[in-house]
Design a protein around this ligand. Structure first.
Ligand code: UDP
Length: 330
């Protein structure tokens, strides 16, 4: 029996496929390659180019392969774009998941682990954030992810499907081999943008706001290594295989770093001065997002291996230095 990874050519999906194959699992990957890269897919995974909104294609795959459980990353994930083009997010994230669940139910596949996000909380009432805290997304991306969680819940009640939703905080870093890593177009995330400076692709990094109520005025985020996120998906699937109940888990390190601290860390790791320029706040950025991941540790047995920001940025730097154009050539 194989594990089906939807969106397995994307950033977190591709790292999860590497961890699954390292753990000796049989893996089938499906991805429409709109934002993912064929080169990011582990050579030992069986690959299907398909869009999960295409019911006939999903049905054909589930009929051809013997699938035990699904890990679902196939979604649009840019906050800014979700605000300017919300219907794209409803179509891809909710439309795609609707088709996927219809096909899973029809084929008797009853386990799914999927990417949710800290954006489901919106502006937090307190940090660290617990899973039981209020969910009030402030952007359409978070809204569609919260709706996906609820869709799984209602489908589970009706058809016996069980799910685990993993609410990621700030995913970052790269596989320690530097064979795969983060590659978005356009890039909007802090660490890859910072590393474009020592890579000679950007003059300076813009700091979005230095008047937040934090220790140095810049936003605080919880940065978690992508391979630690990947491990959590495997543990979550094993939990469902042991008949675990449907549930939601935060995934973060539980430690917050300011934007200035991340830049300072990157200066130490790269040995480059990395000039920074103070800019106005970015719309919709909460001042602080820090996870309590106690529940994932307690219930899933998850233990992040990368607890030093320096090590995390170090893996990202190895990847970006060796792949300055991502998967698009050296
Ligand atoms: N950020 C920044 N400059 C940039 C990109 C991001 O100051 O060029 C800040 C952003 O305002 C946020 C933090 O870095 O406080 C992390 O942003 P990112 O987009 O990486 O992740 P998000 O927190 O939005 O999921």
């Amino acid at each position: 029996m194989a594990i089906l990874v939807l969106g397995g050519a994307g950033y977190i999906g591709s790292h999860t496929v590497y961890e699954l194959i390292d753990a000796g699992r049989e893996v089938v990957v499906a991805d429409n390659l709109l934002t993912g890269f064929r080169a990011a897919v582990h050579p030992k995974a069986r690959f299907y180019k398909l869009d999960i909104r295409d019911r006939a294609a999903v049905d054909a795959l589930l009929e051809r392969e013997k699938i035990d459980g699904v890990i679902h990353f196939a979604a649009s994930s840019q906050v800014g774009e979700s605000m300017s083009d919300p219907l794209k997010y409803y179509d891809n994230n909710l439309g795609g998941t609707t088709v996927l669940l219809q096909s899973m139910v029809a084929h008797g596949i009853d386990k799914i682990v999927f990417s949710s996000t800290a954006a489901t909380y919106g502006e937090p009432e307190r940090v660290p954030i617990m899973e039981s805290d209020k969910t009030a997304p402030t952007n359409c991306y978070g809204e569609t992810k919260l709706a996906m969680e609820k869709m799984m819940g209602w489908t589970g009640r009706a058809h016996g499907l069980r799910y685990v939703a993993l609410r990621y905080f700030n995913a970052c870093g790269a596989h320690p081999s530097a064979v795969i890593g983060e590659a978005h177009d356009p890039e909007t995330h802090l660490i890859p943008l910072i590393l474009q400076v020592p890579n000679g692709q950007r003059e300076q990094i813009s700091v979005f706001g230095d008047d937040y109520p934090t220790r140095d005025g810049t936003c605080v985020r919880d940065y978690i290594h992508v391979c630690d996120l990947a491990q959590a998906h495997i543990l979550a699937l094993d939990y469902l295989t042991r008949d675990g109940e449907s549930d939601v888990f935060n995934l973060g390190n539980g430690v917050g770093y300011t934007v200035n601290e991340v830049i300072e860390t990157a200066r130490r790791v790269t040995g480059h001065a990395i000039p920074a320029k103070m800019c106005p706040r970015r719309d919709g950025d909460p001042a602080q997002l820090v996870a309590s991941s106690d529940k994932a540790k307690r219930v899933l047995g998850w233990k992040p291996r990368y607890d030093s920001l320096e090590d995390i940025v170090g893996t990202a730097w190895s990847w970006h230095k060796s792949h300055p154009h991502g998967f698009g050539g050296e």
